[in-house]
Structure formats: structure tokens, C-alpha cells
Design a protein around this ligand. Structure first.
Ligand code: NIG
Ligand code: FE
Length: 420
């Protein structure tokens, strides 16, 4: 990659999170941000070349300052680009009507079981041309970027047939190719039992296992395989079958677990060696212990609990139990139509008992590990991708304290300024 070097100078706080590339952070280490006061970064070729005090960077690159693009971060907070490890980014349409129904007393599962919910978005997504889905999803991705997010995971699961799942995954792949934000694809054919298979869920599981997974893997359009393990959707037994089948084809397992009732999802995640288990509002204490033991990342989605007016997952308990915790928007049209990862971090503090330092770790390096990108992104260290955000607050606590507004000032992706 050519182009000028980029010199970000003199941040009041630079959050490096250094030394965390090999494994996600747990317990007390989640608060060790490795801050540099008056910190600067030198970027070249899309890669972080040097990180340190401004004095150190000037000593090292003094002779080349004139050739660099300089961004003055005086009085500002600089962090690694935020990473969202769980989204349903790619879909068509929206479901405001269901939001109103829920406010009038209907439950999320009732709406889904009467043909709305995931089924409504599945119909809209099946009917839409790939180009329209691309445009609607790109708009969301633009909004993610404006909130400081530089990498998102994106699940399929609104196709529920091979043809339409592939259509969704191909949109995700194209977005990854064309948009500055990196998009990491997950196959989630087992997001719901399609209406046409009602009462015959095992036949649908057969189709996922025998037809969809092999073809998705053959085309190389996904890296992970996810399943909605919940009563009335897929049982732990069906979920295990789907995730084991994915493993055989090189798709790493993830799971939507214990969202609505305790269902053994956290335990299953630990048993099969899932990369992450997500939601976990009702995860059992044994499940949480098993996840800690196996190092399964807990991807917590407080925006979903907020929007469904449900009790939050116990983030505090999970951090204290030694589970590596990450945070995500769960961006989707039903249970969490938001792109604001900073808002999610705020909910992590105010509703899940986490500290400002822990939520920052959870939305950067731990989130990167939840999508197996810990070596590439999630911290500001030499040799890593230059994905950085400048926020218009003076310290990491300010990001949570001044709540409800978007503090993103400059976003750098692969060493280029992509938002300002
Ligand atoms: O993670 N739980 C299942 N899937 C999504 C919601 C999808 C939808 O309602 O469209 C979730 O919350
Ligand atoms: Fe989800």
C-alpha cells in the first residue's frame, strides 16, 4: 500500500490494550487498558508502525514529519477501532409495527410464532433483489462507521433456504469488498424453522446440515456457523448437530444461547468449543463456569434486553467468573435496531454492572477475539491494522459519562481517514 504516513499526535489518552492479541482478557485484566497520556501513533502502509508518547514518536520520525498527514488529537481520546462481533446486518425492510405491538403487550416470541418476527424479515429479504438488500445494508454499515465501528460480524438467517441464504451471504461478502468497514460473515441458516417446515423441524435441520452447510463452505462465503438455540426454535440436540456439521466443513461454531430461558446453550457452547456464546440472559451458573473454563467468549447484547424490555444478562457476574466478555449491538430489525455500539457500552455500565474500562475492552480486543481477529485488530500495537478512532472526550470514562451522544470525531481504517 502506498500513500503518505499518518501521524496522530498527542492524544490526552491513547488506549493501547497492548499485550492482548493472543487471548481475550478476563477478570481484572479487562480493566488494564495500558493508557498512554499524550500518546501518538505513526501509521504507514495501513499498519501501525509505532506507538508511544508524542516525544518518543517525534524522536523516531522527526526527519519525516513533513511528509506525513498529521491529525492533532490534543484533548481527545484515541482508541482501537470498535469491533461489533454479532450483527444481523444484511436484510431488507423494517418492523416498526411489531415494536408498537410489543409496547401494547405482545411478546417477541408470540409475534414470531404467529408468522411475524424473523419470518416477516425472511419474507421481505426473500422478495428483495440482492441490490436492494445491499443498499439498505450499506446504509447501516455507513452508520456503524460513524459510530466508530471498523469491523462487524454479519449473519445470514433471513433466507432460510439455500438460495436465499447464499444471496444474503454474497451481499455480506460484497460489502466487505467495497466498504471501508470489514465484514466477517457467519452462516445462520438455523435462525428459525421456516413456516413451510412448521411441525417438521428435523427435516429442516437435515437440509441445513446436508445441503446448506456444505455449499456455504464450498463457496467460501462464511467463516462461522451460528444457531438460535431456544425453546420453540432449535433444541440443544439439534443445535449440536448443526454446529458439529459446520465444524466438519471448517465453519467455526457460535450460538445464540439462553436468551429467553435457561436451555443449556452455555453448556453446549463450552462442550463443543464454540468461539462465542451470545445473549446469555438466562445462562445457568454451571454454564457460565464451563464457558470460563473453556475460554468461550460471552458476547453480551444489552441493547436487545433493553429493546425487548427484558432483564439484562449478568455481565458483572460473568466478568468476575473469569469469562471473557465482549459486547455487541445485535443490530437486527426485530430485537435491536441500533448501530450504536457506544450506546451498548453505556448500557453495559449502567445496566450490567461493568466499568468503563471493561466495556471498552469488551468492544475492542475481546470483540476481536469473538470473531477470531485478535491478532489483527482490537488493540493499538505495532504490526496491527491501523484501525483507530478519535473521540471528542478527554478520557475513556468520558465516553460513558457523557452518555447519549455520538462522540466519534475521526475514524481511521487501514491507515486511511474514512470519516471526519
Ligand atoms: O439475536 N434471537 C434471534 N435473532 C435475533 C433477532 C432477529 C429478529 O428478530 O429479526 C437476535 O435477537
Ligand atoms: Fe442475534
Amino acid at each position: 500500500m502506498s500513500g503518505k504516513p499518518l501521524y496522530i499526535r498527542n492524544a490526552s489518552q491513547l488506549v493501547t490494550l497492548k499485550g492482548s492479541s493472543d487471548a481475550p482478557l478476563t477478570g481484572k485484566a479487562m480493566e488494564e487498558l495500558h493508557l498512554i497520556e499524550g500518546g501518538s501513533v505513526w501509521v504507514e502502509g495501513g499498519v501501525i508502525q509505532s506507538v508511544g508518547t508524542d516525544k518518543k514518536i517525534r524522536e523516531r520520525y522527526g526527519s519525516r514529519l513533513a511528509e506525513a498527514e498529521e491529525i492533532d488529537a490534543t484533548g481527545r481520546l484515541v482508541t482501537p477501532g470498535l469491533v461489533d462481533p454479532h450483527t444481523h446486518l444484511v436484510f431488507a425492510g423494517s418492523r416498526e409495527n411489531e415494536f408498537e405491538m410489543r409496547l401494547k403487550g405482545a411478546s417477541y416470541m408470540e409475534i414470531m410464532n404467529t408468522g411475524g418476527g424473523i419470518h416477516a424479515t425472511t419474507s421481505a429479504t426473500r422478495e428483495a433483489e440482492a441490490e436492494r438488500i445491499y443498499k439498505e445494508s450499506r446504509r447501516r454499515l455507513d452508520q456503524f462507521l460513524r459510530h466508530g465501528v471498523t469491523t462487524v460480524e454479519a449473519k445470514s438467517g433471513y433466507g432460510l433456504s439455500l438460495e436465499h441464504e447464499l444471496k444474503q451471504l454474497e451481499v455480506a461478502v460484497e460489502l466487505n469488498r467495497k466498504h471501508p468497514v470489514d465484514v466477517v460473515s457467519t452462516f445462520m441458516g438455523a435462525h428459525a424453522v421456516p413456516v413451510a417446515y412448521r411441525g417438521r423441524p428435523d427435516e429442516f435441520v437435515d437440509e441445513v446440515v446436508r445441503e446448506m452447510i456444505p455449499e456455504v463452505a464450498r463457496r467460501g462465503v462464511a467463516e462461522f456457523n451460528d444457531v438460535f438455540c431456544e425453546r420453540g426454535v432449535f433444541t440443544p440436540k439439534q443445535s449440536r448437530r448443526i454446529l458439529e456439521a459446520g465444524k466438519e466443513y471448517g465453519l467455526a461454531p457460535k450460538i445464540h444461547a439462553d436468551e429467553i430461558e435457561p436451555y443449556g446453550g452455555a453448556e453446549l457452547a463450552a462442550e463443543i468449543g464454540a468461539v462465542s456464546a451470545d445473549h446469555l440472559l438466562k445462562a445457568s451458573s454451571e454454564g457460565i463456569r464451563a464457558m470460563a473454563e473453556k475460554g468461550v467468549v460471552a458476547v453480551l447484547l444489552p441493547g436487545t434486553a433493553f429493546f425487548l424490555m427484558a432483564e439484562m444478562a449478568d455481565g458483572r457476574k460473568m466478568v468476575d467468573a473469569g469469562v471473557p466478555v465482549a459486547l455487541s449491538t445485535d443490530c437486527n430489525p426485530g430485537s435491536s435496531p441500533t448501530v450504536s455500539l457506544p450506546l451498548i457500552m453505556n448500557l453495559g455500565c449502567l445496566k450490567m454492572g461493568m466499568t468503563p474500562a471493561e466495556v471498552l475492552t469488551a468492544a475492542t480486543i475481546n470483540a476481536a477475539h469473538a470473531i477470531r481477529r485478535g491478532h489483527e485488530i482490537g488493540s493499538i500495537e505495532e504490526g496491527k491494522k491501523a484501525d483507530l478512532v478519535i473521540f471528542d472526550v478527554a478520557n475513556y470514562m468520558g465516553l460513558q459519562y457523557f452518555y447519549g451522544s455520538n462522540h466519534t470525531e475521526v475514524v481511521v481504517k487501514n491507515g486511511k481517514v474514512v470519516h471526519r
